[in-house]
Design a binder for this molecule. Structure first.
Ligand code: NAP
Length: 253
């Protein structure tokens, strides 16, 4: 299927590795020009070269820096001639016990997983509406639907983003102008982040037993789903939270 987005421009945050990289690669394969971001410059440049190798007719630009910082987000916007597609992403907060978390810990989680995405949406969605096309995909977590106790910072901050997006997506000045905003909720995907969570022997196998699909997801299949949400064909779907978890969530809805 031709996704109908060749020649468009996308900003993909936190995209040198893992799920963000999967999204950038899937968009690049569709002929979308991408501006990618991450803090570490070497991995970012390496990923940019890999994306350029996917298609010779796209432009790939890099903005190194922490997406929670105002000046980094401004540099991302400056590097992109027009933002048709925005993929919001950042590292997830650390696990722990809420008794140990101070205000600064909460603010860091809110900055990365709620306020940075909102700031980028604020800067881009009205321009998308004026041009009659826009796609926003926020990478959140399956923990928004089924909270994980030790990930309280993530559960809280991402739920704040989810509630905000639910309202914004339904503004008719956006929805009637072909601007959609959706959240993708990853369950366990085989990325550096997931691998680093397995510290003791047997943890990986025990996690796998809870996934009906019998495997972890891949960044490529996550990216392919994201690219479809960003496609010309997905204009009637907005304000949704889509779980990609190999059947791990046990509920009917
Ligand atoms: P990953 O493999 O560790 O990759 C994270 C990427 O984000 C890297 O490119 C990293 O590069 C970049 N990054 C992190 N913090 C950043 C920041 N503040 N500013 C700019 N770039 C930043 O992680 P992942 O598994 O793809 O996870 C992506 C998101 O999905 C995270 O929020 C994670 O919590 C969430 N999630 C993942 C899973 C899973 O199973 N993988 C499940 C549920 C939720 P630098 O470090 O160089 O900046």
């Amino acid at each position: 299927m031709d996704l109908g987005i060749a020649g468009r421009w996308a900003v993909v945050c936190a995209a040198s590795k893992g799920l963000g990289k999967g999204c950038a690669a899937a968009l690049a394969r569709e002929g979308v020009n991408v501006v990618i971001n991450a803090r570490g410059e070497a991995a970012l440049n390496q990923t940019a070269d890999e994306l350029r190798a996917l298609r010779a007719d796209i432009e790939v630009r890099c903005v190194a820096g922490d997406v929670t910082q105002d000046e980094v987000r401004q540099a991302l916007l400056d590097a992109c001639p027009q933002v048709d597609i925005l993929v919001n992403n950042a590292g997830g907060p650390p696990p722990g016990d809420f008794r140990d978390w101070e205000r600064a810990d909460w603010l860091a989680a809110l900055d990365a997983n709620m306020l940075a995405p909102i700031a980028l949406m604020r800067a881009t969605v009205d321009g998308m509406a004026e041009r009659g096309f826009g796609r926003v995909v926020n990478i959140t977590s399956a923990a928004v639907k089924a909270p994980i106790d030790v990930l309280g910072l993530s559960n809280g901050a991402r739920s704040g983003l989810t509630g905000f997006v639910a309202g914004l997506a339904r503004q008719s000045r956006l929805a009637s102008r072909n601007v959609t905003l959706n959240n993708l909720l990853p369950g366990p995907f085989d990325t550096d982040r997931l691998r680093s969570a397995f510290k003791a022997p047997g943890q990986r196998e025990s996690r796998l037993r809870g996934i009906p699909a019998g495997r972890f997801g891949s960044a490529d299949e996550f990216g392919a789903f994201c690219a479809f949400l960003c496609s010309a064909h997905a204009g009637y779907m907005t304000g949704q939270n889509v779980l990609l978890d190999g059947g791990g969530y046990p509920g009917t809805f």
